[in-house]
Design a protein around this ligand. Structure first.
Ligand code: ZN
Length: 333
């Protein structure tokens, strides 16, 4: 396969702290021989495991970028053994536009893996992560939140994996992250996801959903920061003690967990995030917006569980994810 055109401006293998860019050639009207400059930091001290921490895989999710900007600024190589590769803004064009997908090619990076070295800008970013950075990593943290159209209870998550030993290692890493909730995540469609290829490569992969609505909160950023530090200690890279927290363990047992809208209108939440519901309880109403005198449509829980995600903005349309339920399967420290 062709080489990827992305060139790092720093040595990824040298000891110390290096701040630089992944330079991706992108010829365009306003810059004939221009590039997309994706910021990255590498902190390394001697031999040891490599952690790859990434944010803004989707460009409108902010807890990861905020926690990773601070980590890049403050991580002291004298206090680590091994290497930390920090990419706060994976899909940098999307991040700069405040959008989930890239304004250059509409690429949704987390549906683009493994990407192509000779493809679109988004496909090239995916290919670089898939073939250059991932093979070097022992543990991967991929920050997500709900973005502009979803909001979540704050959780770290992993997937059910065919390799039980790998799943156990991922589970231990998720527990170390220490989010208020820990989720065995079920995907609507796992094709093209960073998660899927990293797990296929046998990497310990932890992802998150830490909030949403196209912004961050003081609480959600604090969870992200603590998770970064805890995970680096767990990986044996950073000195220190893991800050243990109680975490509610959640599972998504079936596709009944997802409730999608079939209506256009204005959403009235009847249950808030984190609340317990019984099957049949009203989760939300969708009110018409084209006339008065017409009743709302009720959307009800399809199972007993906890409301872990909801549609965010006030207007909703057919096909939008309205709510996600999960079941509590215990709690642990
Ligand atoms: Zn995301």
């Amino acid at each position: 396969m062709r080489d990827n055109p992305i060139v790092p401006t720093i040595d990824l293998a040298a000891d110390g702290v290096r701040h630089g860019f992944l330079r991706l050639p992108y010829s365009r009207d306003d810059s004939a021989w221009g590039s997309v400059m994706i910021p990255l930091t590498v902190v390394k001290n001697g031999s040891g495991p490599t952690a790859l921490f990434a944010g803004a895989n989707h460009g409108d999710e902010y807890e990861g970028p905020l926690a990773l900007q601070e980590l890049a600024l403050e991580l002291d190589p004298a206090r680590i053994q091994g290497r930390v590769i920090i990419v706060p803004f994976m899909n940098y064009p999307a991040f700069r536009a405040g959008l989930r997908t890239s304004p250059i090619d509409r690429g949704n990076l987390n549906r683009t893996f493994p990407g192509r070295p000779d493809g679109t800008v988004t496909e090239k970013i995916a290919d670089y992560f898939a073939r250059t950075l991932l093979p070097e990593a022992d543990i991967v943290l991929d920050f997500h939140s709900g973005g502009r159209t979803l909001d979540f209870v704050p959780f770290a998550s992993i997937h059910h994996l065919p390799d039980a030993a790998l799943q156990a290692r991922a589970h231990a890493a998720m527990a170390a992250f220490g989010a208020p909730y820990s989720m065995m995540l079920r995907e609507i469609d796992a094709v093209g996801m960073f998660d899927t290829i990293a797990e296929k490569m046998g990497k310990v992969f932890v992802t998150t959903e830490l909030g949403g609505g196209g912004t961050a909160t003081a609480r959600s950023v604090a969870i992200a920061r603590r998770g970064c530090r805890n995970l680096l200690i767990h990986a044996g890279i950073l000195q220190g003690e893991i800050e243990r927290r109680d975490s509610v363990m959640l599972d998504m047992p079936s596709t009944d967990c997802f409730i999608f809208s079939e209506d256009d209108g204005m959403i009235e939440p009847r249950v808030d995030l984190g609340q317990q519901v019984r099957s049949g309880d009203e989760l939300a109403r969708i009110w018409p917006v084209d006339r008065t005198g017409k009743p709302p449509r009720s959307y009800r829980a399809t199972m007993d569980g906890l409301l872990v995600a909801r549609h965010f903005p006030g207007l909703i349309k057919p096909g939008d994810c309205l709510a996600v339920l999960a079941v509590e399967v215990g709690s642990r420290q």
